[in-house]
Ligand binder design. Structure first.
Ligand code: HEC
Ligand code: HEC
Length: 137
């Protein structure tokens, strides 16, 4: 009985995967925008390109003087990182910092009435952190 259920579940997943890969290829041929694959962005733009995301992540790492693993938890399997996971409190802390930094810029440095004030980068992580995880130390 158990085995039969497992077979049904596996069969269903197989079907889902083939359906998903079919829809994916259809979307790719119709779309001119880079297909993105982010699973868990809540404060950065959900359609951020790979290059741009890589750039901001490197900026954060350099500003705090840390590696990716300071904010990102290890993957369940293998020795990589699970970038979408929210297991580390440092990642949640960083989200607050991203929102705070954006707010400082929008509210205080929008001299030119920028049409995209969210992109103003006058105050940066590095201005406070200067290569340290905690500016207080
Ligand atoms: C200071 C903390 C911090 C550091 C260091 C950091 N990240 Fe992140 N990263 C975040 C946060 C916060 C998010 C989620 C942003 C959001 O919710 O919009 C994120 C999201 C991501 C995602 C998207 C995952 C998904 O699918 O949702 C990737 C990929 C990623 N980071 C890669 C990296 C890499 C590669 C490095 C090292 C070069 C790095 N990060 C260093 C804080 C950090
Ligand atoms: C206005 C100054 C300021 C800016 C800008 C700023 N931070 Fe911070 N950040 C702080 C201070 C101060 C602390 C320490 C808070 C404490 O220890 O109570 C901190 C703490 C943190 C921590 C927690 C460190 C720990 O000890 O666990 C993370 C992660 C972090 N910041 C990420 C960022 C990122 C990423 C940015 C840019 C998006 C950023 N911060 C921008 C002032 C700033």
């Amino acid at each position: 009985m158990k085995l039969k259920n497992t077979c049904i579940v596996l069969g269903f997943f197989g079907l889902m995967i083939s359906l998903l890969s079919f829809t994916n290829t259809t979307v790719v041929t119709e779309s001119t925008v880079d297909p993105t694959e982010w699973k868990n962005l809540t404060v950065l733009p959900k359609d951020i390109s790979k290059e741009e995301l890589k750039k901001v992540m490197k900026e954060y790492s350099a500003a705090l003087g840390v590696k990716c693993s300071y904010c990102h938890a290890p993957a369940a399997e293998g020795d990589g990182l699970d970038f979408a996971s929210d297991a580390k409190k440092e990642k949640e802390f960083a989200r607050h910092m991203i929102v705070m930094t954006r707010k400082i810029n929008v509210e205080n440095f929008n001299w030119n009435n920028d049409p995209n004030p969210e992109n103003i980068n006058t105050v940066t992580c590095n201005m406070c952190h200067k290569g340290k995880a905690s500016p207080k130390k």
